[in-house]
Structures are given as C-alpha cells and as structure tokens.
Design a protein around this ligand. Structure first.
Ligand code: NAG
Length: 357
C-alpha cells in the first residue's frame, strides 16, 4: 500500500522521466505513456482497458553477437506484410479483401520484423502485391506495386548495414524476369544473397557476420520451383521446411508440414518456418492467440521438427498481445537457439532475466 503522499511523488517522477518509467502492463491512454519498444493497446475482450505492451523485437545480433550461422537465429515474420489496414487504393477502385497487418513495412522492419511474406502477381503490366485468390490480381484485391514495397526494404537495408531481411514470396508472377526486373529497379540487387551460397543437405548457412561483411543481406525465396534455375531466385522448399498455414496450423498439439514442404523433421533443409495465423485474419482473436497459445505451438513444432527451434515465426497483426506476444515468442526462440535459455535476454547475463532451461 502506498502512503498518502506517494501518488504525487509517482506523478512527479513520471513527469520528470516521462515514458522511460513505463513498464509492460502499465495502464496507458496513448503510446506516449509507454516506454521505448512499446505501444498502448487494449487486448479486449481479454482485458478491459489499455496497457503498455511490446511493439519491438529484441535484436539477437546485438544482445548476443552475429558470429553464428544465419540458421542459428530466429526472425519475427509478418504474414502478408503488405496487406495493411488503411492502405489507400492504388487502382481507384475500393478494395474488397482482407488485411493482415496494421503498420507500414518500414515500421515493421523498424520494430524488428526480419522476414516478410509477400504475395506477388502479374498486374497492369507490372508486379503488384495483392491479396487475391485463383492466382489473379484484381483492382479490388490489389494493395500496391511491388516496387513501392521493395524500395522501403532497400531504404531499411541501406540505413541498417548489420541487418538481414528475408522475403518469402507466394509468387504468381509468370512474366519472364518479372520479379527480377522489379528487384533491379528497386536497388535491392546489391544486397542479393546468391542461391549458389545457400546450403544443401542440411548444412549450416554462412555466418551472419560474413553475410554482413559481404553485404549479401537480402534472402529471397519463391514458391515457383522453376525460378531457381531461370532467375536465380531460391525455391523456398529446397531450403526450408514449413508447417501448415491457416486454421490447419493452429490445432493445439499438432504441427505438420504443408503440402509443398518436406516433413518438418527433414534435416536436409536447414531452416524451419512456423506459421501461426488463422485462415481468415481476425483482429479480435489475434491478441489472445499471440499471448497464450503461440508459445505452445512453438514448443510443439520444436518437437515435430526433429528438436529444431523455428527460425521464422509468422503471424498476422504482429503487435497485438497482452504483453509480449510474438516478440516474446521470438525472444524465446532466440534464447533456445543461442544459449538454451527461455529468453534471448538471459543469454548475455546481467539483464535480470534468469535462464531456466
Ligand atoms: C556469440 O554468442 C553465442 C550465444 O550466446 C555464444 O555461444 C558464442 O560464444 C558467442 N561468440 C562470440 C565470438 O562471442
């Protein structure tokens, strides 16, 4: 119990130090009430009222180091990163399709998202990002030209020379060199990590420090097998195993491969991707899913992947949680991968997080 004059003292301290004193879980009315790497969010219907929750991932390259192979780290991944609430129509036709995220790709990257799932289509003689079906983009399912998003990624990589970004393309582009042309126009080719350096037969990836030194900091995977030979764009499932997506990937206690992927325990693929989002994106349930069941699924998939922790963790509405959500799950993965702890912050020691492996 606080003394009678404690409240004014707290207010004074809060006034002096502002947001720096806010912790995850503190009540808030705007993000300005919260600390760095937090936002103010109401996880209704689980809780009434808004509180400060995490909005940024811990950086394992900084908290530990970047001297391990690329596949020894976990990367927070946004599903349909481009399908953003409130994105204005770029076709002149109002959009009638689902959204999956709530802030720009630039902000996603700034918040520590390091892998983006993008759906690429032939559209208007160009390549567009659309949330469509049947492999065809329409005016009412189009979000924006891929070039615009690629330029955001290029700007991030330029401004952050120690970071690596992975693109996982659900690819419907059939125009010859359609994607290659957009990658060239965006300026991203200078960061391209070549397929020839991607490991076969379950070998480790190059060290992150080497990838950074060589400035080969953009990994691109396509869902179209033939493009690995024709355009030098890696066929995703040559290098990665992946669980079911949508509702099939959300059954508690189950984690098995999607049809295109080898079984999760196939260790000839060095990267593991875990999807955790429903078939139809729903904002209201995302908070609870990220706060409660996500960690269980991460643990389940570890088991079915032949005791391998996921490298990519893909979610909708990635910032929604009651506290740590997808960020904490990523910290867990990095903790496990890097030092066997339940949180990356425990690896370096001294941060007050106890390693209870
Ligand atoms: C980098 O961090 C990992 C995980 O904490 C540790 O095992 C390794 O020894 C570190 N390497 C260097 C060169 O510091």
């Amino acid at each position: 119990m606080r003394g009678a004059f404690a409240a004014p003292v707290v207010l004074l301290v809060a006034g002096l130090f502002g947001a720096a004193t806010a912790n995850v879980g503190d009540s808030c009315s705007t993000a300005a009430d919260c600390g760095a790497g937090q936002w103010c969010f109401d996880c209704e219907p689980e809780f009434a009222g808004s509180s400060c929750v995490r909005s940024a991932a811990a950086n394992p390259f900084q908290l530990a180091n970047n001297s391990l192979p690329f596949n020894k780290y976990a990367y927070l991944t946004t599903h349909n990163s481009f399908a953003i609430v409130g994105e204005p129509s770029h076709t002149g036709v109002p959009r009638i399709t689902f959204d999956n995220q709530e802030d720009t790709v630039t902000d996603q990257l700034k918040n520590g998202v390091r892998a983006l799932m993008l759906d690429t289509y032939d559209f208007k003689g160009d390549v567009w990002l659309c949330h469509s079906n049947g492999g065809k983009c329409n005016d009412f399912t189009a979000f924006e030209p891929a070039l615009d998003t690629f330029k955001e990624i290029e700007a991030f990589l330029g401004a952050n020379p120690s970071e690596i970004v992975t693109l996982i393309l659900e690819d419907y582009v059939h125009a010859p060199n359609g994607l290659t042309n957009v990658f060239k126009a965006s300026g991203l080719m200078k960061y391209w990590f070549p397929v020839s350096k991607m490991p076969q037969n379950g070998k480790d990836w190059p060290l992150v420090s080497e990838m950074v030194a060589g400035n080969e900091r953009l990994l691109v995977f396509t869902s179209i097998r033939s493009k690995q030979a024709t355009e030098g764009i890696a066929y995703q499932w040559n290098f990665m195993v992946e669980n079911n997506y949508g509702d099939d990937g959300m059954d508690a206690g189950k984690c098995s491969n999607r049809a295109e992927s080898a079984p999760l325990n196939d260790k000839t693929k060095s990267l593991v991707l875990v999807n955790y989002f429903p078939s139809v994106p729903v904002k209201i349930t995302a908070c609870l899913q990220h706060s409660k069941s996500l960690t269980d699924m991460v643990n389940t998939c570890y088991g079915t992947s032949g005791n391998r922790w996921a490298n990519f963790l893909a979610v909708d509405y990635y910032k929604r949680s009651d506290g740590g959500g997808a960020f904490q799950a990523t910290d867990l993965l990095n903790g496990r991968l890097l030092c066997g702890c339940q949180d990356i912050k425990a690896c370096s020691g001294g941060s007050g997080v106890v390693c209870s492996s």
